[in-house]
Design a protein around this ligand. Structure first.
Ligand SMILES: C[S@@+](CC[C@H](N)C(=O)[O-])C[C@H]1O[C@@H](n2cnc3c(N)ncnc32)[C@H](O)[C@@H]1O
Length: 494
């Protein structure tokens, strides 16, 4: 606890301060006499020298930039990244693996106490779900969204004329990603190739700021907002050039046949290998410039095809560890029916199919449901022991409607998974679970706070929280996947 007030700290500009704790996003956190201070990159227990970098904001909080660690924590390690201080994409890169894991465990326990209404003494122990072994040098990310910026060219400047990378919260620059330690080797190679193609252009394409200044009018050159890159395997991947909004209805057609972008697409088309797809898109349209249109990712023994509109995991080995543990927790039996709620491209449903009698997946994204159906056809879903193929069905629908429709159709299930994005499902949707006969549930929550809110609702409906886990699916970052197994004794008369 820091005894100075926020006004005193702001007036001093540079302060030496002791970090109390972590904030929710992995930053160092200090309780001040009349508020809070957040210091990204500082660890609990450390004495650090900080430059105040913001005024007193909402919730009486100020931010500080870490200038020097005066007394380092035992949990501090070499971040193995030369851009750690300016990038901030990996908030836990300078901590030991043990510290990183205990951060995830704390996150899960804190949200359940705060938003889930579960007293600390009633929480089951929290297990860590992570690839084994994991080391500081492991890189896992197989997709990334790179912002684009055109740099003003001056006569005496022979720089590249553009930046492609992550927006830095610390400096006015994009952090290049070709040597990012979070990216897998296939990703680094593809990012390097894209970077080289941009560097070879005679003229740099417009960026978002140029488009904004020119007013998004028809006739203005199409401008690039970002470039999405994904590559799970060396030589296989896809590149999507995302354009800024414009009033030009034929923007995509113009982009492909005119000006600086035409050269970019031609060179990308010539340079990217046969198994790397290329597309150009605005927020509501996409043109495929080069096949393959679908990306194939090898995951947990499955061959999964992914369209441009599908969500798919950003990491492979950590996700495989997660899915393996989820299947264990479900404890599926061969005469059971299983429901995958938020099935995406079908991964959990297809993994469960080898163990049960019947599987249904549901998702609001019709593109993902189409991909999941394709993936059901493209993978062997037969039970190893009996050789019998389990019927797998995927349906399009929002949580509440889809669950109600299943109920109206007289469908019944024994076990389910829920894997939303970052929003809770809410009470009404969750109330259908027991009506559908579901007695065992594994909740995979990418937003631990939202998951905890749903768990609070479930507990009020008589569900019991059996086990808790913290999955480290984005190693070196603060992102925690909350994994909870719940069970319900069943409603008499249902
Ligand atoms: C994190 S992804 C999970 C995908 C899948 N379980 C997997 O592991 O590959 C979350 C999924 O929830 C779906 N979703 C989001 N909101 C939804 C809603 N209201 N109703 C149904 N599905 C929804 C998204 O389309 C997305 O595919």
């Amino acid at each position: 606890m820091e005894e100075r007030t926020l006004d005193e700290i702001c007036a001093a500009e540079i302060v030496d301060i002791r970090i109390d704790d972590y904030g929710f996003t992995g930053e160092g956190f200090v309780r001040v006499a009349d508020g809070w201070m957040s210091v990204p990159g500082a660890l609990p227990g450390e004495l650090v020298r900080v430059r105040v970098s913001s005024g007193i904001g909402r919730g009486r909080r100020v931010f500080g930039d870490l200038l020097e660690v005066l007394e380092p924590s035992d949990a501090r390690r070499d971040p193995l990244c030369k851009r750690d201080q300016v990038c901030r994409g990996c908030q836990l890169r300078a901590t030991t693996i043990d510290e990183e894991m205990s951060f995830h465990v704390r996150t899960v326990q804190e949200v359940l106490e705060k938003f889930g209404g579960v007293p600390r003494e009633e929480l089951p122990p929290t297990e860590i779900i992570s690839p084994q072994p994991i080391s500081r040098g492991d890189a896992f990310r197989v997709r990334s969204n790179l912002s684009y910026r055109c740099l003003p060219k001056t006569d005496d400047d022979d720089g590249p004329g553009f930046e492609l990378g992550l927006r830095s919260p610390v400096q006015d620059a994009l952090v290049p990603m070709f040597d990012c330690p979070a990216l897998t080797t296939p990703m680094r190679r593809l990012v390097t190739t894209v970077q080289q193609v941009f560097a070879s252009l005679d003229e740099m394409p417009w960026d978002e700021e140029m488009a904004r200044e020119a007013g998004h009018k028809p006739g203005n050159p199409p401008a690039i907002r970002s470039v999405r890159v994904a590559s799970p395997v060396v030589g296989r991947g896809r590149v999507e050039v995302c354009l800024c909004e414009s009033e030009d209805e034929d923007l995509l057609e113009h982009a492909v046949v005119e000006g600086a972008l035409q050269q970019l697409f031609e060179r990308l088309g010539d340079t990217l290998g046969d198994e790397v797809g290329l597309a150009v898109s605005t927020s509501n349209r996409r043109v495929i410039l080069k096949d393959p249109e679908r990306l194939v990712i090898p995951l947990a023994g499955l061959r999964l095809e992914v369209g441009y509109d599908d969500w798919f995991p950003a990491t492979l080995a950590p996700s495989e560890a997660l899915y393996a543990r989820v299947l264990d927790l479900l404890d599926l039996q061969e005469d059971e029916a299983f429901l995958d709620i938020g099935s995406g491209i079908g991964t959990i449903a297809l993994l469960a199919a080898a163990r049960v009698r019947e599987v249904v997946g549901l998702d609001i994204n019709r593109h993902s449901v189409a991909s999941a159906r394709l993936n059901a056809l493209g993978n062997s879903l037969a039970d190893n022991a009996t050789g019998k193929r389990c019927p797998v069905e995927f349906m399009v629908g929002g949580w509440e409607n889809a669950l109600r429709n299943l109920l109206l159709d007289g469908r019944r299930f024994d076990a389910a998974t829920i894997n939303p994005m970052r929003e809770p499902l809410g009470r009404r949707a969750l109330s259908y679970l027991t009506k559908l006969g579901i007695g065992r549930l594994v909740y995979l929550g990418p937003s631990p706070a939202s998951a905890a809110r749903d768990i609070a609702e479930l507990r009020e409906m008589g569900w019991q929280l059996d086990t808790l886990g913290a999955a480290n699916i984005h190693p070196a970052t603060y992102h925690t996947m909350l994994v909870a197994r719940l069970s319900h004794p069943g409603d008499p008369g249902e």
